[in-house]
Design a protein around this ligand. Sequence first.
Ligand code: FES
Ligand code: FES
Length: 257
Amino acid sequence: MTKDTRLTDAEMRARALSRWEGEGGALAPPGAADSIDESELRITGFTSSGRLTMTSLHVTRRELLELAAATGGALLGAQLLPGAAPPAAAQSTGASPARLDVALRVNRTAHRLTLDPRTTLLDALREHLHLTGSKKGCGLGQCGACTVLMDGKRVKSCLSLAALAEEREITTIEGLARGEELHPLQVAFIERDAFQCGYCTSGQIMAGVACINEGHAGSPEEIREWMSGNLCRCGAYDHIVAAIQDAVAASGSVRGG
Ligand code: FES
Ligand code: FES
């Protein structure tokens, strides 16, 4: 009998957290990292016509994988939208879904894009708006390199559909500074040498800003817990924790500014 090698959500969270607690900096293999609870949708099932039904603003990694398995692996932006073909119809014709006009508000600037409805927020930012500070690491919600803020809350943009980010205020690393004045956490990252290759850094900073604003930066242990969704191949975790503590001290509050 084949051994079940799947990890529970609790096990995945524990493994991600262990990296912040000094058990190595290498990225976890697929399936071994954190669950995703910051993203867009909660999928509740299919209608008889094959349409998705969903509520609220959360999708777990398990739900996303189940969804991909149920639909042959295609991202399902098209089915989330009024008038789109159900999965069976889309697969049988092989046709690309009609492109959508999408209005995005990014870093206090409004943009109008025409996108394939399956375009992720990360690809819209990087490929269409040329905001390449947000990085694509795993593309699976495991590493956090793509973290941006949506209405002030952190989301993994590789798992968020651009079409569902309309009417939301998106903040990327490019929008964190005010003119020439860096955000206190950006300053702290530089002063604490909180990066090596820098690939994870924009995601770490955006997650760190949210961590502070959420009030989850009261101690090193709390910071490690609430930053455990962001991985660093270079193992700069101690420096990142120190930088977040510095930013908290600079703002005079665990809630930051
Ligand atoms: S979580 Fe790894 S690229 Fe989005
Ligand atoms: S991955 Fe290199 S600094 Fe984090």
